[in-house]
Design a protein around this ligand. Structure first.
Ligand SMILES: NC(=O)C1=CN([C@@H]2O[C@H](COP(=O)(O)OP(=O)(O)OC[C@H]3O[C@@H](n4cnc5c(N)ncnc54)[C@H](OP(=O)(O)O)[C@@H]3O)[C@@H](O)[C@H]2O)C=CC1
Ligand SMILES: O=C1O[C@H](COP(=O)(O)O)[C@@H](O)[C@H](O)[C@H]1O
Length: 483
């Protein structure tokens, strides 16, 4: 491996996530020996100017992990070249700069440029058989546009050279979910419709859309979050055990889940989906504007979506997967809730059930990283009738290191950059996965269009429109977080 090229190396993603991640990898001695890191964007700046910007960005993220030695090593690797990545001519000096050896190119630029950039890369000799390309989401805004971009990518690179990022797959707890499911025997017999009542996936954000509206207004919550991150989480919960951790074994199982998702039809769309858009309100104690005010015009783009998904296979028949995500919700909270069924017959009479509830597993990705299991326990004491109480047992990865400093919480891109550099695509999205996800999401948006389903207003700082609660209440259930 000779070089990692960051196209868009001066942009927001590169400065906030990619370069700090590379610094942490350097700090931990994980970057390949001799790897060059080259920022490439149109702005004319010198190597020194670029390095000064990178240093400031990295220091801002390093907290207590700044090390002059690690920085010196990273600085020695860094370089910058002003290029127009859509022009093969402009890319030739970059080809010369990377030298012999393989190149991994990370496209941290607008996806509207992907097709032209990969075509130029091919012409400039940056898409040789040993080279790789990393693509940020969103690739396209529907199945057709995804295919148009991806066809251009496929003309330049073989599928094994393409690394489609979904940064949620780089999150520690998401990988821990794989470990929990397939590294233990005790959960597997329960992981089906005999024991599980339903699954909830919540990705709540307090931030609004703000300045990102030119992008967001075209996408909305369905395409920005559900098509990728949330369906990936659903796949990891629902997939069958793969035969090994080989990238294709894992991705084959995820594709099977996506293929089993029941399409959302126009007849069903109002029953199984909720679209919302925030209006002004209060979030974390501050008054905030509504989406239309930020955008400066009326818009039919949803900033909130809740969906009931059904997976039509033996394991999950009759187990609804409820997903919801939105901007300007009361909390930044990402969690997966596995709600087990209640005991088939309770031996505790009504007034002695105390806090009795069915068991529940909560896989929390944000704000904390934890996996916990709620179990019932006897309330200590001499109650005449035995009283139950709930105990939340943490199964967190920090457990077992009592007294030890918890490991640093890594940026999801650290794992993914390292894997891309090592050519391991297990945590990246294969083309057929992305296609199936787009196909299902296109069905939802087509059904919204046919049924003229417009977003319902919700006050900023609430958990979306009331209809999102009704989505569960109609089935006798409630969301965990606001339940
Ligand atoms: N920011 C984030 O948190 C996230 C971003 N993403 C995705 O990452 C990608 C980048 O986003 P973001 O960093 O926010 O965008 P920015 O607009 O901040 O950065 C884009 C970068 O691309 C460069 N650029 C534009 N045109 C060209 C060109 N023709 N040749 C070379 N460089 C070019 C720009 O620099 P210059 O003008 O100097 O050329 C700039 O460095 C997008 O796909 C986005 O959807 C995904 C998830 C989160
Ligand atoms: O991809 C995206 O993700 C972020 C949320 O990421 P998180 O890691 O902070 O949960 C979201 O804000 C953004 O709209 C979306 O494009």
């Amino acid at each position: 491996m000779t070089a990692l090229v960051l196209f868009g190396g001066g942009g927001d993603l590169a400065m906030r996530m990619l370069l700090p991640s590379l610094y942490f990898l350097e700090h931990d001695g994980l970057l390949p020996e001799g790897l060059k890191i080259i920022g490439a964007a149109r702005s004319e700046e010198t190597r020194e100017e670029y390095i000064a910007k990178v240093r400031a960005a990295v220091q801002g993220k390093a907290d207590g992990h700044w090390s002059d030695d690690a920085w010196a090593k990273m600085e020695a690797r860094l370089d910058y070249l002003a290029v127009d990545a859509t022009s093969a001519e402009s890319l030739k000096p970059l080809r010369d700069k990377v030298g012999d050896g393989s190149v991994t190119s990370f496209l941290a630029v607008s996806p509207s440029l992907y097709a032209r950039i990969v075509t130029a890369m091919r012409a400039a000799g940056l898409a040789e058989p040993e080279d790789r390309v990393v693509l940020e989401k969103p690739v396209g805004r529907d199945l057709d546009s995804f295919r148009a971009i991806d066809d251009a990518v496929a003309d330049a690179f073989g599928e094994h050279q393409v690394f489609r990022i979904d940064h949620y797959l780089g999150k520690e707890t998401v990988q821990n979910l794989i470990a929990l499911r397939f590294g233990n025997t005790i959960f597997e017999p329960l992981w089906n419709n005999l024991s599980i009542d339903h699954v909830q996936i919540t990705v709540g954000e307090t931030v609004g859309v703000g300045d990102r509206w030119p992008y967001y207004d075209e996408y909305g919550a369905l395409r920005d979050m559900l098509q990728n991150h949330m369906l990936q989480l659903l796949c990891l919960v629902a997939m069958e055990p793969p035969s090994d951790l080989d990238p294709d074994s894992v991705r084959n199982e995820k594709v099977k889940v996506l293929r089993s998702l029941r399409p959302v039809t126009p007849d069903e769309v109002e029953r199984v989906t909720v679209r919302g858009q925030y209006v002004s309100g209060t979030v974390e104690g501050a008054r905030v504007k509504g989406y239309d005010e930020e955008r400066g015009a009326d818009s039919d783009t949803e900033t909130f979506v809740a969906i009931r998904a059904d997976i039509d296979n033996w394991r999950w028949a009759g187990v609804p997967f409820f997903m919801r995500t939105g901007k300007r919700l009361p909390e930044k909270r990402t969690e997966i809730v596995i709600q087990f069924k209640p005991v088939p017959h309770s031996i505790f009479d009504r007034d002695s059930r105390g806090e009795a509830r069915a068991n529940r597993m909560v896989i929390e990705l944000q704000p904390e990283e934890d996996i916990s299991l709620t179990v019932m326990n006897k309330r200590p004491g001499l109650d005449q009738k035995m009283q139950l109480q709930r105990i939340d047992m943490s199964l967190s990865w920090g457990v077992g290191q009592k007294g030890a400093e918890p490991p640093r919480r890594r940026i999801a891109y650290e794992r993914l950059l390292l894997d891309a550099l090592n050519g391991d695509s297990t945590l990246f999205v294969r083309r057929d996965e992305a296609e199936k996800a787009w196909e299902w999401v296109d069905g939802v948006s087509a059904s919204w269009a046919e049924g003229k389903v417009k977003p319902m207003p919700y006050r900023a700082g609430t958990w979306g429109p009331d209809a999102a609660d009704l989505l569960l209440a109609r089935t006798g259930r409630e969301w965990k977080t606001n339940g």
